[in-house]
Design a protein around this ligand. Sequence first.
Ligand code: AMP
Length: 250
Amino acid sequence: MNVLRTVAEFKAWRSSVKGSVGFVPTMGALHRGHEELLQRARAANDVCVLSIFVNPTQFNDPKDFEKYPITWDADVAMAKRNGVDAIFAPVKVDLYPDDYKYRLMEADFSALLDGAHRPGHFDGVLTVVMKLFQTVKPTRAYFGEKDFQQLRLIDGMVRAFFLDLEIVPVPTVREDDGLAMSSRNVRLSPEQRAIAPEIHKAITSAGSAADARTTLEKKGFKVDYVEDLQGRRFVAAFLGEVRLIDNVAL
Ligand code: AMP
C-alpha cells in the first residue's frame, strides 16, 4: 500500500494506475462507517484510494478542529485490511497553496440545516472535495448518508461542473443501539454515550420534528435543529461540547 503525502506525489502515482478508481475521502479516525465505504469502493473498482485530511476550512469552531481525534496507525491498519491501494494524506499548505483565497460555494441548499448553524462549513467541504477530485481523478467516489446534506451538495457540484465521476451514496452505519457511527463519538463521556442513542430514537419515533426536539431537550441535549425536509428528518444536537448529527427517511 502506498502512502502519498503531496499532490505532486499523488499525481505521479495516479498516472501509473490503470482501470477504474474508487475513492473514499475522510478526515481519518476511521470506524465501521468508513470501512463500509472502503469495502464498496474496493468491490466495485480496480483501484481503491482513501484520503485522510482533517480539513481546517470546514471547521467553524476552532475547538472542534483542535479536538478532532487522530488515530493514524489504526487508520493505516484498517486501510491495509480492506485492500486500499493508496492513502492520500496531504498537509494544509499542500492542498491550499492559495491559502483558501479561492473557494467554491453553493447558494441555495447549503444555507439550510447545518449550513445555517455552521457558517462557511459547506464552502470548506465543497472546496476541499473539488481539490481532492482534481488530484485523485476518481471513477466513483463514496459518501455516507450520515452526512446527507453534504452528499446532496457534492452530487450537485459534480453535475454543475460536469465532473466525470459518479457519486455513490452509502447508508448510515449504526451501533447496535442505533447511534450513527461518528469519529466524534469517542469524545463522549460514558454518561453522554449512554444517552446519545436517544437522537436516533427521537427522530424515528416522534410524530413531528417539534416533538423530537422537545424529547431531546428533556434528555439534556442542546438542540441546533430538528427539521423535516424533502422526505427526511434531520437533527443536530450537542451533548456537552460534542455535536452529533443524524437523519432518517420519513
Ligand atoms: P468524515 O471522516 O467524518 O468526514 O467522513 C468521511 C465519509 O464517511 C463521509 O462520506 C461520511 O458521510 C462517511 N461516514 C461517516 N460516518 C458514517 C456512518 N456512520 N455511516 C456511513 N458513512 C459514514
